[in-house]
Design a protein around this ligand. Structure first.
Ligand code: ADP
Ligand code: ADP
Length: 235
């Protein structure tokens, strides 16, 4: 079954001569427990697609379903609940709370939902993102890569049904990148979470079950069980 379905989604910015079609009639199914990479040139609509799927933005026409829920018909309160309880998001710009420590940032989604962490999973996630004594530091005392790892841990720790990650390894060296990818892979395979990741890296894409290619706001290609070389051939 599909964890999320996008149907004929179109989104434009601006108007007149400044009109930009960010998404042009996109349809896509994201299967439960599947790890998908979204690739394509800068400006092809990847971030816009992620934001619309995660209920952070809305299209001009078409629909997005998360499970059985049609985002276009949900009221603000239901959207807030959906974002809080079912969706994890790793922002390209991390969006960490500057006044909280790394650990407090990671625990924030659980705190907001009034839930306690599953200790075993929390420890596994925190060990993987490898922050060591930096857990007690605030974001401005962390490197870009460390902030990125905090953002990944924060999105995964509450085990949301669906996780959207906008270039989650963009700022990481290949070793910590591989650790984050392994964690995302495990979230899908062992916990049945649906993971969607924007990436420019064919090595990262090779960790996924499927790569969807965007160009000019349209889905132009797709590969199942991608290898790095297959991805390189298309991108
Ligand atoms: P990317 O690596 O996805 O191209 P950008 O730096 O282009 O990232 O965009 C980051 C964010 O800035 C986007 O999510 C979008 O909301 C906003 N943005 C991108 N392009 C424009 C634009 N032309 N005008 C205003 N905001 C933009
Ligand atoms: P990608 O993530 O693939 O780089 P985006 O989804 O960020 O692509 O952007 C798709 C198109 O929409 C680009 O042409 C971008 O400049 C434009 N765009 C994105 N966000 C905005 C915005 N807030 N205002 C105006 N144009 C935007």
């Amino acid at each position: 079954t599909a964890a999320a379905r996008v149907r004929n989604l179109t989104k434009t910015y601006g108007s007149g001569p400044a009109l930009v079609t960010a998404l042009d009639d996109v349809s896509l199914d994201l299967e439960e427990g599947e790890f998908t990479a979204v690739m394509g040139p800068s400006g092809s609509g990847k971030s816009t697609l992620m934001h619309c799927c995660a209920a952070l933005d809305t299209g001009d026409s078409g629909s997005v379903f998360i499970g059985e829920q049609d985002l276009t018909t949900l009221k603000d309160k239901a959207l807030t609940r959906l974002r809080r309880d079912e969706i994890g998001f790793v922002f390209q710009s991390y969006n960490l709370v500057p006044t909280l420590t790394a650990e407090e940032n990671i625990l924030l989604p659980l705190a907001i939902a009034g839930r306690k962490p599953d200790r075993e999973w929390y420890d596994a996630v925190v060990a993987t993102v490898n922050l060591g004594d930096r857990l007690s530091h605030k974001p401005n005392e962390l490197s870009g890569g460390q902030q990125q790892r905090v953002a990944v841990a924060r999105a995964l720790v509450s085990r949301p049904r669906i996780v959207f990650a906008d270039e989650p390894t963009g700022n990481l060296d290949s070793r910590s990148g591989a650790e984050v990818l392994e964690l995302l892979r495990k979230s899908a395979t062992e916990h049945g979470q649906t993971i969607v990741m924007v990436t420019h890296d064919p090595v990262a894409a090779a960790w996924t079950d499927r790569v969807v290619f965007l160009a000019d706001g349209r889905v132009v290609d797709e590969i199942r069980d991608p290898s790095r070389d297959q991805v390189l051939e298309i991108m």
